[in-house]
Design a protein. Structure first.
Length: 364
């Protein structure tokens, strides 16, 4: 079946329909990862967005459900050059085509994703539509695209009630640390990374009051990744400001990093086309060492507005100089824009979870 990708600037790509045949309008973003497409599909940070995979062949190792980063896919649509119809992998449970169809996710293949990616880089992230309807006049759908906004995404992706996850293994003679994880749209591997280090993780919905979190007497607090526009989360930022004032170690990732910065008086801004992929170099400003990181964000913290008595830059993106992490002065708080939990992507930054454990040990 023929399908069309229409962008808000009037550009039209013609290809083949994959997944659900339904029509969808969303923000169009691209991801440069060569593998890990299932983790991308199920990352809650993509809520409200359709993802272009720059690697030309997607789906060749099928769907391995143990690799999912949440219980369901969150992308609004999926855009690839070529979709593998027959997977070859002993772990595969189904084809990616079946996975997209059964989860009602529309997509398009057999388009020039290289040209599309170059367009998004040159003009910036824009909204678009995936449809099987051939419009004679695209002015009406373009007007709908221009009106589209990603709103309320954190509330959609967060857990709806408190749940407790027990550590996989607690080392003899060592009591596992109690970590409060504020779920802003968390990937599962954040909790897994803590659990395998012996922590007991209590997951809280994004709208939980700071008083309730602190009443659980956690050894540390984790602020997760998540989707959407950081500054729209006014109530959550207000509660994070209370957590900032408490004397509890805090580690924040991605959206959590941005919300902590907003709570401390900084601002955020939208990047031209964002950072999404598993090959982004980040420099540790203290040691000078460069790490290859997994990233998925469309906004960044404006460090020019941060009071150096409150926080200082700790990491920087080598490609474009944008902020990738903050160290808070006089506080047991550090935050990073990238994803140390990986999935997909390199494991270079997993040591940050160990740093968080050390912070909790010192505090105790």
């Amino acid at each position: 079946m023929k399908a069309f990708l229409i962008l808000e600037d009037g550009t039209v790509f013609t290809g083949t329909s994959i997944g659900s045949p339904k029509e969808v309008i969303s923000e169009i973003v691209f991801n440069t990862s060569m593998t890990g497409y299932l983790e991308v599909l199920t990352d809650p940070s993509y809520a409200g967005q359709a993802v272009v995979m720059t690697y030309p062949l997607i789906g060749n190792y099928g769907i391995c459900k143990k690799d999912m980063e949440s219980k369901k896919p969150w992308v609004e649509g999926y855009i690839v050059r070529e979709l593998s119809r027959i997977p070859s992998n002993f772990r595969s449970e189904e084809s990616i085509q079946h996975f997209l169809t059964s989860n009602d996710i529309p997509g398009i293949c057999h388009i020039d994703t290289r040209s599309l990616t170059k367009l998004l880089r040159e003009k910036g992230t824009m909204n678009g539509m995936i449809t099987t309807k051939e419009y004679a006049d695209i002015s009406e759908p373009v007007s709908r695209m221009k009106a589209y906004r990603v709103e309320g995404a954190v509330a959609k992706t967060s857990v709806k009630e408190v749940c407790v996850l027990e550590a996989e293994e607690v080392r003899p003679g060592k009591e596992g640390k109690r970590v409060a994880l504020l779920d802003l749209g968390a990937k599962d591997n954040i909790a897994r990374s803590l659990l395998k280090r012996g922590c007991q993780v209590t997951v809280y919905p994004a709208w939980t009051k700071a008083e309730e979190i602190l009443a659980g007497n956690p050894d540390g607090i984790m602020l997760s990744n998540g989707p959407g526009v950081p500054a729209e989360n006014v109530e959550i930022i207000r509660e994070i400001r209370k957590l900032y004032a408490a004397d509890v170690p805090i580690f924040a990732i991605c959206l959590g990093h941005q919300l902590m910065a907003l709570a401390a008086g900084a601002s955020t801004y939208k990047l031209k086309y964002g950072h999404r992929g598993g090959n982004h170099p980040v420099k540790d400003l203290e040691t000078g060492r460069v790490y290859i990181t997994s990233q998925n964000h469309g906004y960044a913290v404006d460090v020019s507005g941060i009071d150096p008595k409150v926080a200082v830059p700790a990491f920087v993106n080598v490609n474009d100089g944008t902020n990738e992490g903050l160290a808070y002065v006089g506080k047991n708080i550090f935050t990073v824009q990238y994803h140390p939990e990986a999935c997909p992507g390199p494991l270079d930054s997993g040591y940050l979870f160990d740093r968080f454990l050390t912070m909790m040990e010192v505090k105790r």
